[in-house]
Design a protein around this ligand. Structure first.
Ligand SMILES: *[C@@H]1O[C@H](CO)[C@@H](O)[C@H](O)[C@H]1NC(C)=O
Ligand SMILES: *[C@@H]1O[C@H](CO)[C@@H](O)[C@H](O)[C@H]1NC(C)=O
Ligand SMILES: *[C@@H]1O[C@H](CO)[C@@H](O)[C@H](O)[C@H]1NC(C)=O
Ligand SMILES: *[C@@H]1O[C@H](CO)[C@@H](O)[C@H](O)[C@H]1NC(C)=O
Ligand SMILES: *[C@@H]1O[C@H](CO)[C@@H](O)[C@H](O)[C@H]1NC(C)=O
Ligand SMILES: *[C@@H]1O[C@H](CO)[C@@H](O)[C@H](O)[C@H]1NC(C)=O
Ligand SMILES: *[C@@H]1O[C@H](CO)[C@@H](O)[C@H](O)[C@H]1NC(C)=O
Length: 363
């Protein structure tokens, strides 16, 4: 009798939580009535059909709407930040390229907000916009009082909005401020592991990175409850992941990455290597972790490796199983990085990783 009762409760609980995810489908479509049209959204079936645009035009990606081919506008000249490599003055935000490097405004000289807050200052400085006459100001050292992350030295943030703290400096099972543990999968750069965890009682700690307990990846799911991490033995903690739609022909969904999963942990590892290389401090504080600085001071394949894994970590599983038409329109950055990044020439052994991703994407 009691067994039956439990069964009944379980069934009710299951129904209550089974919010099955319905994903819109994305697939190649043939010709549309309007010859200029490249995306047709079928609102009845929630399906998106994509066809290619003729040369010199591109298809602006839309969300649940039609789209038509547009002519490609000439790319604006990309302006480099102080510290980045340049070939002429017009390449630089400050308009000064000196000895192949963009120069910036020196410490204690007047500065102003440009494309970003600190964009005009020399590496090692921020533009103190709280002053009535803002000047380029030396970045604050570890543990110094701060009000924003861009005031702190490279590789540090403004911890709990209080003081500069180097990333990776909080060990497992040490307390971390709750305000620094708000990411959906508990990613926190202040934790040595990259993982934080919020107890129900309001305490937050750093902890070993959670990972997927399932063997096969991508792991197809129909609801968020299918995507639970492994259990941390020491605390009994686990985290609820997310079942996210991919833009593929079947409209299938997959469990998102946990911090300890391959792409995410690889991206963290590669950014740490970049940090330790000392290269970030050669660049303006707003640009130290961007493609511009990476390309200026890393071998291009190493730069693309970081961008590639960063893309996979942040966009997985949206591109999984997407067909060519969808990849071309919605994931052009992905195709670009797959093309540019050559795993054979990088130091680590990621050959398997890339082969796997290509297989998934084109399956
Ligand atoms: C989208 O395109 C189809 C096919 O060309 C057309 O029938 C439909 O009216 C369009 N929908 C909208 C909202 O414009
Ligand atoms: C950015 O700085 C450059 C060089 O000082 C200047 O020409 C440009 O007008 C500035 N842009 C803005 C938005 O302040
Ligand atoms: C810096 O700004 C102050 C206040 O606006 C001004 O008096 C001073 O002349 C400026 N200095 C330079 C070198 O432009
Ligand atoms: C973070 O800041 C809040 C208020 O600003 C404070 O109450 C809390 O104790 C701080 N947490 C830590 C861990 O420093
Ligand atoms: C919150 O719960 C955790 C785990 O049970 C425990 O270690 C911690 O001491 C608790 N914190 C408070 C303030 O009760
Ligand atoms: C998709 O694109 C890849 C690379 O451009 C190509 O090798 C493959 O044959 C294409 N697949 C289809 C179905 O068109
Ligand atoms: C990879 O390395 C080989 C030799 O080490 C070199 O010949 C080749 O050009 C490199 N390829 C790329 C894409 O860097």
């Amino acid at each position: 009798m009691s067994g039956e009762k439990i069964m009944l409760i379980l069934v009710v609980a299951f129904i209550a939580s089974s919010q099955s995810i319905i994903c819109p489908k994305f697939q190649c479509g043939s010709s549309f009535p309007n010859s200029n049209q490249c995306i047709y959204f079928d609102s009845t079936n929630k399906a998106t059909y994509i066809s290619s645009c003729s040369k010199g035009t591109y298809c602006p990606p839309t969300n649940q709407a039609n789209s038509t081919c547009q002519t490609v506008n000439p790319k604006p000249i990309s302006r480099s930040y102080p510290g980045e490599k340049c070939s002429s003055n017009t390449n630089c935000i400050t308009g000064v390229c000196s000895k192949d490097v963009c120069s910036g405004i020196a410490r204690n000289q007047n500065c102003s907000l440009n494309i970003t807050n600190n964009a005009l200052c020399e590496p090692g400085n921020y533009c103190d916009l709280t002053l009535s006459n803002p000047v380029c100001t030396e970045l604050k050292s570890n543990l110094a009082f701060c009000t924003a992350g861009d005031q702190c030295i490279y590789g540090a943030g403004c911890y709990n909005n209080t003081y500069c703290l180097l990333y990776g400096s909080i060990q497992n099972y040490q307390i971390i401020a709750k305000s620094e543990c708000t990411n959906a999968i508990g990613y926190s750069p202040y934790c040595q592991s990259g993982q934080c965890y919020n107890f129900v009682n309001g305490t937050s700690i750093c902890i070993e990175a959670f990972e997927s307990p399932y063997f096969d990846s991508p792991f197809q799911c129909y609801e968020n409850s299918a995507c639970v991490s492994n259990i941390n033995i020491k605390t009994g903690a686990a985290i609820q992941g997310a079942c996210n739609c991919a833009k593929n022909t079947e409209g299938s969904a997959f469990c998102a990455q946990f911090v300890g999963d391959y792409y995410f942990s690889r991206a963290i590892e590669l950014w740490e290597k970049w940090e330790k290389s000392g290269n970030p401090s050669k660049c303006n504080i707003d640009a130290a972790y961007t493609p511009g600085c990476l390309m200026s001071y890393y071998k291009s394949n190493d730069a693309y490796e970081i961008l590639y894994y960063n893309y996979l970590a942040t966009n997985y599983p949206t591109y999984v199983g997407a067909d060519n038409c969808t990849l071309n329109v919605y994931f052009s950055d992905y195709l670009f990085l797959v093309e540019e990044y050559n795993p054979i020439n990088s130091s680590g052994n990621q050959v398997f990783g890339l082969a796997l991703v290509i297989a998934l994407a084109l399956a």
